[in-house]
Each structure stands twice: as structure tokens, then as C-alpha cells.
Design a protein around this ligand. Structure first.
Ligand code: URA
Length: 195
């Protein structure tokens, strides 16, 4: 079997029975992540919500539909990208993940990034952006300040372009964010064209 596929299958098997924090107790399914293991761009969300928990797949609810729309606006399909979350089990009632849960779960995300070796990391929202920024030694004060900008860094020995964006769920509450997201996706298209 292809080395990447084997490593990711091992990871998914571990995530599915993970007990490193307490979130599994309330969850129906783990949501390890999915997509192309050779993706040039990897998206990182926050945590599974109601529908993701039910189906065991990332971004399959309302925020996922908006994500699909944004992807298709720049000619990308889900199958071409990889999507994962900072935490792999749904926090009860969709509360924010706690720092100890993020700490327990992010070794999985780190492994996913090392397996896929994406050229571009799109961080969706403050949890994902905060985590990735902390990993590359960048200060993080909030998404508004950094969204749509490209941060050229090294992560796990690989050069990587980090492009933070608002979380699509935020645009479901504040429609003004939708145009901002659309603009940031155009930036992503330009990056991908330049690779
Ligand atoms: N929001 C997220 O951050 N991740 C999902 O998978 C779904 C909604």
C-alpha cells in the first residue's frame, strides 16, 4: 500500500478509538478528516458540529455547504483538497474546544500535516489559526487582523504558506463575512496558480 495511505489509515484508526480527552463520551462518531492525501491545500476547521458528529465526516452541515460553494467559486472540488479539524470529536453543544482538549488532539493534526505535506494551509477561524500560528512562532490576536494575508513559514521542516480566513460558520451569522471569504478564496486561487 502507498506509504501515505497506510499512515493515514493508522491515524484514522487511532482517532476512531481515541480517549485522550473526554470529548468522545458525548460524541457519536470521531471526525478524523478526509480528502486527497496529495492535496496542495489543506483546510483546518475547529471541531465537528452536529451533522459532522452524526456522519463522521468534516464540514457536512450548513458551514460545509458554504465551504463547497466557496471552493467551487475558484474551481476547486472537495476531492482535491484535504480537510481536518483542530479537535476530532464534537464538543457538547458546539462549545469552544478547551485548551486541554486542543493539546490532547493536535498531535493528530500535526501528523496529518506531515503526511499530506500541503503547500498551503488555510486556517478557518480563530482556533485553527491560533493553533497553527503558535506552531510557527507567530503572535495571534484575532482572525480579523490576519485574514487574507499569506504567511510564509516552515512547519515540520517544510516551507508552507499559511492563509487564515474567517470560519464559514461566522458568515452564516454575519452575511458581510461571506464577501470577505469570497475575496480570500480568490487569494487562495492566486496562490495555487503561482505554485
Ligand atoms: N465546523 C468546523 O470547524 N468543522 C467542521 O467539520 C464543521 C463545522
Amino acid at each position: 500500500m502507498d506509504a501515505k495511505k497506510k499512515l493515514m489509515e493508522e491515524l484514522i484508526a487511532e482517532v476512531n478509538v481515541c480517549r485522550r480527552c473526554q470529548l468522545w463520551r458525548h460524541a457519536k462518531n470521531a471526525v478524523p478528516g478526509e480528502g486527497s492525501l496529495d492535496a496542495q491545500v489543506m483546510f483546518i476547521g475547529e471541531a465537528p458540529g452536529y451533522w459532522e458528529d452524526l456522519k463522521g465526516r468534516p464540514f457536512v452541515g450548513a458551514a460545509g455547504r458554504l465551504l463547497d460553494e466557496l471552493l467551487s467559486s475558484i474551481g476547486l472540488r472537495r476531492e482535491e483538497i484535504y480537510i481536518a479539524n483542530v479537535v476530532k470529536h464534537r464538543p457538547p453543544g458546539n462549545r469552544d474546544p478547551k485548551p486541554d482538549e486542543v493539546e490532547a488532539c493536535t498531535p493528530y493534526l500535526d501528523r496529518q500535516i506531515k503526511i499530506i505535506q500541503p503547500k498551503v494551509l488555510v486556517t478557518l477561524g480563530r482556533h485553527s489559526t491560533g493553533y497553527v500560528f503558535s506552531r510557527v512562532g507567530l503572535k495571534f490576536r484575532g482572525v480579523t487582523e490576519v485574514r487574507g494575508r499569506v504567511y510564509l513559514k516552515r512547519l515540520f521542516g517544510m516551507p508552507i504558506q499559511i492563509l487564515p480566513m474567517f470560519h464559514p460558520a461566522a458568515a452564516l451569522y454575519n452575511p458581510n463575512y461571506k464577501a470577505v471569504l469570497a475575496e480570500d478564496f480568490k487569494r487562495l486561487r492566486a496562490i495555487l496558480e503561482s505554485l
